[in-house]
Design a protein around this ligand. Structure first.
Ligand SMILES: [Zn+2]
Length: 136
């Protein structure tokens, strides 16, 4: 049975599943069907890879005027996180004050509610990051 795309994506978001290129060793997250570095040489060589969820902040900003659906969470911290395995992701930083997060702050992924979809009331979950305790 084919898993609907929607649920497959949720599953990937939850578990931080990406793929690893068997040609150059790059870890790709979110997963892709081709390695951007090796292109056709990576065909058939990408294998599922679970990321540790650990990384470090490369840039951080405080969002005061959020997009629709995120109003109740404002202001919040939005960061560019470089994961241990190499990929960069943009995600919210939670459980921290702005002065506790800066460039180089070690963080790890946690799974939290992202927002509630307007009228349908569907709750979306995904990863956010919290600073490692030692740095607080
Ligand atoms: Zn590659």
């Amino acid at each position: 049975m084919q898993t609907p795309r929607f649920w497959r994506e949720i599953d990937e978001r939850y578990a931080m599943k990406g793929v690893k290129c068997g040609n150059c060793g790059s870890v790709l997250f979110p997963s892709r069907t081709l390695c951007p570095k090796c292109r056709h040489a990576s065909y058939g060589k990408l294998t599922p890879f679970k990321l540790s969820g650990k990384g470090a902040v490369e840039a951080v900003t405080t969002v005061h005027a959020p997009p629709a659906g995120f109003e109740l969470q404002a202001p919040y911290l939005l960061a560019l996180v470089r994961l241990e395995e190499g990929p960069r992701v943009t995600a919210q930083i939670v459980d921290a004050k702005p002065d506790q997060v800066g460039v180089g702050t070690p963080v790890h992924a946690v799974f939290r509610r992202i927002n509630t979809e307007g009228e349908s009331g569907v709750i979306q979950y995904g990863y956010k990051f919290v600073p490692e305790r030692a740095t607080l």
